[in-house]
Design a protein around this ligand. Structure first.
Ligand code: FUB
Length: 302
């Protein structure tokens, strides 16, 4: 692992001003019981990891943001991402509010390593988890997000939060022969603090142009959205969750549709798989986590 003095997961890597910055979750054992809604992922803060080059030591830059400083958030600071625009750095992060509902927030800094100052409210119209913010070549920024089970995406099928019981990870999911729950995308305002539009579904299609079905567990979206662009093509990559693959799909627009192409990463040690893909100078790198350092503890990843 790049870091072994703390547990880190969900590494969102960026190459800003000739240096590598990784925005991970900071895994801890918060003492919560293990369940399929991910209550044991009880993270409270973020640290930014930096590397001068791909071969350099990974440096932990200390506390970048703590949940106690985020007015709207109560707990579960899950997978974050970051963006850079006009000399400012933006940390995007999901957290559960005091109502038990995941939203996505943004915090700002003059430095890529923070500390970051959070906005008083979550992004209007945001929900669920795992934000990934992509800057297109025309200077537009888009946020991709969503996650099933503990990530609550299945509760937003009608556009508002469905609070109906049971609070089970598999309640409210589509049937196996229905279209799978798709990840969301929204273009961001120029100041990167809000969405300019209501989030839309991005469609992941099979080789025949049909939407991937909910029962297609080896290919359907679960969490860990990421978007990168190479030679004019958009690559949407994601985790299949309970089947533990990182897959990719390709398209011609940041809004999709994306056609499923294959597996990038086979299952790793641990339950979750979450990655990012980042170009450093002329080479592309896959950043990911596993639970080998903790000898397989699901929520202590590196
Ligand atoms: O780190 C908490 C959650 O686990 C993330 O939000 C998911 O992507 C999974 O890695």
């Amino acid at each position: 692992p790049l870091c072994s003095h703390i547990y880190t997961a969900d590494p969102s890597a960026h190459y800003f001003n000739g240096k590598i910055y990784i925005y991970p979750s900071h895994d801890i054992d918060g003492g919560e019981a293990f369940d399929d809604l991910g209550s044991h992922f009880a993270m409270e803060d973020y640290h930014v990891i930096s590397m001068d080059t791909i071969d350099s030591e990974a440096v932990d830059n200390g506390l970048a943001l703590h949940v106690k400083d985020v007015a709207w958030a109560e707990k579960q600071m899950w997978a974050p991402d970051a963006a850079h625009k006009d000399g400012k750095y933006y940390l995007f992060f999901p957290a559960k509010g005091y109502d038990g509902i995941f939203k996505i927030g943004v915090a700002i800094s003059n430095s890529p390593t923070g500390p970051f100052t959070p906005q008083p409210e979550a992004i209007k119209g945001s929900f669920s988890i795992d934000p990934a913010v992509f800057e297109d070549e025309d200077g537009s920024y888009y946020m991709y997000f969503g996650g099933l089970w503990g990530g609550q995406l299945q509760r937003w099928r009608t556009g508002t939060f469905n609070a109906q019981q049971p609070d089970s990870p598999t309640a409210h999911l589509p049937e196996d022969d229905e279209v799978s729950l798709m990840p969301k995308v929204a273009k961001m305002t120029d100041d990167l603090l809000e969405f300019v539009e209501a989030p839309k579904d991005i469609m992941i299609l099979d080789e025949n142009g049909h939407p991937i079905l909910a029962g297609d567990n080896d290919r359907r979206f679960f969490e860990a959205a990421w978007l990168h662009k190479h030679n004019g093509k958009y690559y949407f990559s994601y985790s299949t969750g309970d089947t533990h693959f990182i897959c990719y799909a390709m398209g011609d627009s940041p809004y999709g549709p994306f056609t499923y192409k294959g597996i990038i990463l086979e299952p790793v040690v641990g339950w979750t798989s979450h990655h990012s893909i980042c170009k450093v100078e002329e080479k592309w790198y896959l950043f990911y986590h596993d639970s080998s350092l903790s000898k397989g503890v699901t929520h202590l990843r590196s």
